[in-house]
Design a protein around this ligand. Structure first.
Ligand SMILES: Cc1cc2nc3c(=O)[nH]c(=O)nc-3n(C[C@H](O)[C@H](O)[C@H](O)COP(=O)(O)OP(=O)(O)OC[C@H]3O[C@@H](n4cnc5c(N)ncnc54)[C@H](O)[C@@H]3O)c2cc1C
Length: 306
């Protein structure tokens, strides 16, 4: 447990409208369902509230933003500082002229894919295959089934750690494979996408095909973080993991998925340390077998238990 600093924060931010919680459990915030407490969990009411909070927060205070937690491992010792969770105030999706879709960073990717499909906007159906929210897609350059965020993004808006509103064109996002070079402390609040003309029924059929393909190849209804390691140039991470004999490898209740061996699974009572240690053991074996250094795609944050 951390010191409860929410009374001081409230006192210094009399106009704050969002919710502050001390020592909030983080397991419900991530797909792995693991992790120690957040010293403070802040759910801003809207973008202005988030900016106000950041302006009035000690600039040295560590801040982490979480979306749907589908690419996140929060360590067992928790997060000392503030975790920002974007809730309903950030989930709006609207269609704009010119085959454009504006989406709040808290909107689930699937909701954006569906809105685009219904409006006859093609090119965004890949979002159906990513179980996160738009902020995570911007940070990770999320992609699936031949499309990625960088293909359709016009502009992203965010709030810097100082509380200033900032915006980034597609080029300024510095997108590479599963990465954006925008400074880590920027919290995205909104994205503007542009697709191409399409037929709603065909796009919805494409989305259904993605749903089926996912459920037959990925353990989608389990406690997992999706692909654990990035594909090294010219190689597939899962093939390296498989060739190193790690399919099904287990530490406690953490296991390398039998179905898709770039996925790690929490069978129920794995700690974050079990999952991370399993990932490190996989990296060690892959390196020993092939000389390749696998790079974590899953973001690991927070501290270990003392
Ligand atoms: C079953 C499964 C399948 C998956 N399949 C795919 C796939 O096919 N393709 C793919 O690309 N990914 C896939 N993923 C991984 C994951 O869904 C994506 O990386 C997704 O974009 C993460 O979004 P999120 O909202 O869950 O982000 P989180 O996991 O909450 O956060 C991920 C990172 O983004 C940052 N972040 C989140 N929101 C914001 C914000 N508003 N502003 C700034 N930074 C932010 C976080 O700080 C963290 O560093 C899969 C995951 C699972 C569990």
């Amino acid at each position: 447990m951390f010191k409860d600093i929410t009374p001081e924060l409230r006192a210094g931010m009399p106009e704050l409208r969002g919710k502050l919680e001390a020592n909030a459990p983080t397991a419900p915030l991530s797909w792995f369902r693991t992790g120690g407490p957040a010293q403070v969990l802040f759910t801003p009411a809207d973008a202005d509230d988030l900016a106000y909070f950041l302006q009035h927060l000690d600039q040295q205070m560590p801040v982490l933003v979480v979306g749907l937690g589908s690419n996140l491992l929060i360590r067992d010792g928790g997060w000392e500082g503030v975790i920002v969770r974007l809730g309903k105030g950030f989930a709006e999706v609207s269609i704009e002229p010119g085959l454009r879709v504006r989406a709040g960073a808290g909107a689930p990717d699937v909701k954006v894919a569906r809105a685009a499909a219904e409006a006859g906007i093609a090119g965004l159906s890949f979002l159906r295959g990513i179980p996160g929210a738009i902020g995570g897609a911007l940070r990770m350059n999320g992609g699936a089934y031949g499309g990625e965020t960088k293909d359709v993004l016009i502009e992203a808006r965010g709030v810097a750690r100082t509380g200033e509103f900032v915006s980034f064109t597609n080029a300024q996002m510095g997108f590479t494979y599963r990465h954006s070079s925008v400074p880590d402390d920027v919290i995205f609040i909104e994205a503007l996408f542009e697709g191409r003309p399409g037929n709603p029924e065909e796009i919805l059929a494409e989305m259904n095909a993605i749903t089926e393909a996912r459920s037959s190849t990925q353990p989608v209804n389990t406690r997992t973080g999706g692909s654990t390691f990035k594909n090294p140039p010219g190689k597939k991470a899962w093939e390296l993991v498989d060739a190193a004999g790690c399919r099904g490898l287990r530490i406690g209740d953490a296991q390398v998925s039998e179905m898709h061996c770039n996925f790690l699974i929490n069978h129920g009572s794995a700690s974050a340390a079990d999952i991370e240690n399993l990932g490190e053991e996989v990296r060690r074996r892959v390196h020993e077998m092939s000389g390749v250094e696998l790079e974590w795609e899953i973001k690991r944050v927070g501290r270990n238990l003392a």
